[in-house]
Design a protein around this ligand. Structure first.
Ligand SMILES: NC(=O)c1ccc[n+]([C@@H]2O[C@H](COP(=O)([O-])OP(=O)(O)OC[C@H]3O[C@@H](n4cnc5c(N)ncnc54)[C@H](O)[C@@H]3O)[C@@H](O)[C@H]2O)c1
Ligand SMILES: [Zn+2]
Ligand SMILES: [Zn+2]
Length: 365
């Protein structure tokens, strides 16, 4: 099978034809990948920010068509169109039982780059190949757990729907699931990439009156205004905390860090009002830590919360996000600023690194 393979930190990916894909086991499905977005988390594996365990097929923002059902799969049929989600919540672990499907034990696949049962269906010349961030969709086909393949209507374009898999679940979900935005609230979004722009859209859906966005990239600030930001800040020219204080009076109700930097989490904490919440969406390097004074937190009642895939549970949230898209309340079409064949994966990654466009989608055929 053809796939884009990561083998070494800093090296370009290699599109190879000889990756072996095993048949789906019980509870799993084999999916023909049609389209898969390029997310900063893929880039973080390539740059070494997230350590990889071995050769890996990346790509975790995908949509495709079900080709084969493993034993016992009744929720899907061959030919179904599906969005893949990295978190295939099991429904039975302690977290799922508490209604916390987004941190289901299965979500560990995002860190282990395996399937939920701890094994891989991928290999090359007898060597195990990892399922990047639990999916591995920069490939013609992939096997995933059926809980991570969410059926969608066949009239939806898969080359746009795929961005729901990561950027949209993560960004819109952070705003409408993780954060508690009330109509009329003020929101600060640090970073206006694919994820940050989805936070902007989610904050607008939640009824935020002020959506302040900080990004050093002029084109990303322009995009933010197009997607619903009310104010933009260039952090290289202006102090984000003072501008936010000036615009809101007491600080933002909610701040989102969508870059992947502990220092920016601290900016968020400083920029929210007493009792306000800072949501950590960006994936900072594993060795970074946030300095946060307990006594300041005690006096201010400021809250700090993490958000994995926007606290989404695929079966509940993907249909909800599709409905918002159909209703014209979520603009996904304009998020896909380029489409490239799989062979141009390195060019797509270079565009992401340079902040060109917003989301590139790799097309498998
Ligand atoms: N929580 C999750 O489940 C989850 C899911 C997907 C992605 N992520 C993480 O979210 C982050 C964003 O991903 P993305 O795909 O949108 O990345 P991206 O590269 O498209 O966007 C990052 C943006 O941050 C901006 N930026 C850089 N420095 C900044 C600064 N000092 N202040 C403000 N903005 C700054 C860049 O100009 C860029 O526009 C990454 O860390 C990624 O790994 C987390
Ligand atoms: Zn992602
Ligand atoms: Zn579970």
């Amino acid at each position: 099978m053809r796939a884009a393979l990561f083998t070494q930190v800093g090296s370009p990916l290699e599109v190879v034809e000889d990756v072996q894909l095993d048949a789906p086991r019980a509870g799993e499905v084999r999916v023909q990948v049609v389209a898969c977005g390029v997310c900063h988390s893929d880039l973080s594996v390539i740059s070494g920010t997230f350590p990889a365990m071995g050769p890996t097929v990346l790509g975790h923002e995908a949509a495709g068509i079900v080709l084969e059902l493993g034993e016992g799969v009744t929720s899907l049929q061959v030919g179904d169109h599906v969005i893949l989600t990295p978190n295939a919540a099991c429904g039975t672990c302690a977290y799922c039982i508490k209604g916390l499907q987004s941190v289901c034990a299965s979500s560990m696949v995002i860190a282990t780059s395996m399937l939920p049962d701890g094994t891989s269906r991928l290999s090359r010349n007898g060597e195990t190949v990892f399922h990047g961030l639990g999916v591995a969709a920069w490939a013609d086909e992939i096997v995933v757990h059926a809980n991570g393949a969410i059926r969608i209507d066949k009239d939806l374009p898969l080359d746009v729907a795929c961005v729901i898999g990561c950027a949209v679940q993560t960004g819109v979900g952070a705003a409408i699931n993780t954060a508690d935005i009330d109509p009329g609230d003020s929101v600060l979004v640090l970073g206006a990439g694919g994820v940050g722009i989805c936070i902007v859209q989610g904050a607008a859906i939640a009824g935020a009156a002020q959506i302040i966005v900080s990004d050093p990239s002029e084109s990303r600030r322009e995009q933010a205004m197009r997607f619903g930001a009310t104010h933009v800040i260039d952090p290289t020219e202006q102090d984000v905390v003072s501008v936010t204080m000036g615009l809101t009076g007491v600080g933002a109700d909610v701040a989102f860090e969508a870059v992947g930097s502990a220092a920016l989490v601290e900016v968020g904490i400083a920029a929210v009002r007493s009792g306000g919440t800072t949501v950590m969406v960006g994936a900072a390097p594993v060795d970074q830590t946030v300095a946060f004074s307990p006594v300041m937190a005690m006096f201010s009642e400021k809250k700090l919360v993490g958000s994995l895939l926007g606290s989404c549970w695929g079966p509940r949230d993907i249909p909800r996000l599709v409905a918002l898209w159909r209703a014209g309340k979520l603009d996904l079409d304009a998020m896909v600023t380029a489409r490239r064949p799989l062979e141009e994966v390195n060019e797509a990654l270079a565009d992401l690194e340079a902040g060109r466009g917003l989301r590139t989608v790799l097309m498998m055929s």
